[in-house]
Design a protein around this ligand. Structure first.
Ligand code: 13P
Length: 283
């Protein structure tokens, strides 16, 4: 069933669990995300990044994703990820997305507050919830996201940002990176604890890929209710396609089979995240 993102995340916050938000780009990735969540009987968030919009017909994509979500046996939400333009947010709201992320993280705090507040007012009129980011998540290997400067979130800024914007979920920059880590991950769990004490709303972890399971589990004890995953899924699909296309059978295989196999390849990766995020609170 299609459910407001806010309902899914407030329930996760109560249960001290988290929900996977998988970046999707096409039918196969949407189907795999829903199948992974159904297999684990957990909710899921399907997230389409603004950066994919030039290649994806938003209206067509939303109609397809919403139809699949409505038929699903588990709660599914539809989220616009990392939107920098008001225009894409308005389009997504019109197409039935249940939440949007406005990313004003590159601006100074005052400007980020002013811009985010405007988006929140607009989205809330349509009953759509808003995620925003302060601090900035940097980019590791194989990521398709914009480069951030790696500034960590200041807890006092987080408090002011949430109070003044009325945002529903906050992406906290605590040292995770978009993409794979090129060295040892340096995740500031104490900082996350301070951010959790400063704000009441569900917190979001960007850069799920490559983040060690034990660290993800600890972030869930410190208020993380949504974990974004993109690169690990993409890498699994691409490695599969590379392996396959270098085989002799490749040129005799129909595209529909290749796409179905690709869906089968990413399913276990998505299930791994869904299972990890369903863990009970650790101490
Ligand atoms: P990864 O690519 O590291 O999984 O991060 C995805 C993300 O945070 C999208 O918003």
């Amino acid at each position: 069933m299609l459910i407001p993102t806010k309902d899914i995340l407030l329930a996760a916050q109560q249960e001290k669990k988290a929900v996977a938000a998988f970046n999707v780009y096409n039918l196969e990735t949407v189907q795999a995300a829903v199948q992974a969540a159904e297999a684990e009987e957990r909710p899921v968030i399907i997230a389409l990044g603004e950066r994919y919009l030039p290649a994806v017909d938003l209206e067509g994509f939303a109609a397809m994703a919403i139809a699949i979500a409505r038929k699903a046996a588990i709660p599914v939400a539809l989220h616009l990820d990392h939107a920098y333009e008001k225009k894409s947010i308005v389009q997504a709201i019109r197409c039935g997305f249940t939440s949007v992320m406005y990313d004003g993280s590159k601006y100074e705090l005052d400007e980020n507050i002013a811009r985010t507040k405007e988006i929140v007012e607009l989205a809330h009129m349509a009953d759509v919830s808003v995620e925003a980011e302060i601090g900035s998540v940097s980019r590791g290997a194989f990521s398709d996201e914009e480069e951030g400067d790696g500034r960590l979130t200041d807890p006092a800024d987080a408090k002011r940002f949430v109070e003044e914007t009325g945002v529903d979920f906050l992406a906290a920059a605590i040292g995770t990176v978009h993409g794979m880590y090129t060295g040892e991950p340096k995740i500031d769990l104490e900082l996350l604890r301070q951010i959790q004490s400063s704000v009441q709303i569900p917190l979001v972890l960007h850069g799920g890929s490559g983040t060690p399971d034990a660290i993800i589990a600890q972030t869930m004890e410190r208020g993380i209710c949504k974990v974004n995953v993109n690169t690990e899924v993409s890498l699994a699909a691409v490695s599969h396609l590379i392996r396959f296309t270098s085989s002799t059978e490749a040129q005799h295989t129909h595209l529909s089979t290749i796409m179905a196999d690709m869906q089968g390849t990413i399913l276990p990766v998505m299930k791994k995240f869904v299972r990890l995020l369903a863990r009970q609170e650790q101490t």
